[in-house]
Design a protein around this ligand. Sequence first.
Ligand code: N2P
Length: 378
Amino acid sequence: MTRPAVFKRTLPAVGAALGSALVLATLAPLAQAQESKVLNVLNWADYIGPDTIAKFEKETGIKVKYDTFDSNETLHARLVAGKTGYDVVVPSSHFAKKQIEAGLFQPLDRAQLPNWKNLDAGLLAKLAESDPGNKFLVTWLWSFVTVGINVDKVKAALGSTPMPENPLDLIFKPELASKVKKCGVHVLDSASEVIPVAMIYAGKDGYSSNAKDYEAAAAVLKAARPNITRISSPGPINDLAQGQICVSLGYAGDFNIARQRAAEGKTGQNIQALIPPRGATLFFDTMAIPKDAKNVKNAHAFINFIMKPEIHAALTNQVFYGNPNSASKPFVKPELAANPVIFPPTSEIQKMAMPKALDNAARRVQTRTFTNFKANLK
Ligand code: N2P
């Protein structure tokens, strides 16, 4: 991979010819000076505070063009196609692993990231499984895929049937799903989010590389299909808040946002994110710089800004997802720090599945299983 001048400049001069070191030292600031005050960011929908970008722009004078995407699949396709035009993108770590291997990102320059010191060492070590040496990725936020419900509507729809111990039964167990169907059952439109959960529900490894295992997930999904009323990404935050959907398989933080919007909008809906006894899948969404990014210095400024304790805390406070920043803890609202669907206790995290990167063959089976489910086939 070609290293941009800015990285070359930070390499130790050991062994480098004095002449070329001088040339680099002279050219690099020129290249930086030419970088315009713009930054193009592509992030997940509903995943940033209302004032995050404005604060960054005010502090740095860099103007941000901010766009959103809805699934790892979409982002992956754009990165592989190349020339995204973005300087910072936010893939989940298990997708980023493949993207790093494919040379789609440029390494981070730690010299431009003094706030790196704020990151949680344990989470960095975990992230190193996808990004050896922590060279390319910084966690934006993390959480898990789970079930969110409208408590009152689900109870009413179930009637005398008790709430199941495993909330995934509300989607995957036809006896229950057929009851809650009338108040709206949703799953995300993403093979990589839905299939692992269905696999685990069927008793398999969520990230199996054995094609045969996917038949079990296909059977679970086929039985569930008639009771699923909506398949869409991003998650239906507003429709949950307004009572149009009563069960959703989606992102824990989105359910917390829906809960908050319902309270603010006084919609009278009580939305809750639940943690199933098994079947929730963790994810770690990470900032990375595409290899053909034009505004690399500004990208570093943005990543460094996000790693400020107050800023990472504000993200958690505003969108209700866990952050990877130890130094942010004093700034996270105490009621959120204690909320088990934002920062689940270790005992719960241990029951969740760690995401794994799939090889191409498994990815194809996963995609086919989901496409068939959507089309109501096989
Ligand atoms: C938030 C998106 C969650 C990201 N709306 C899932 N990786």
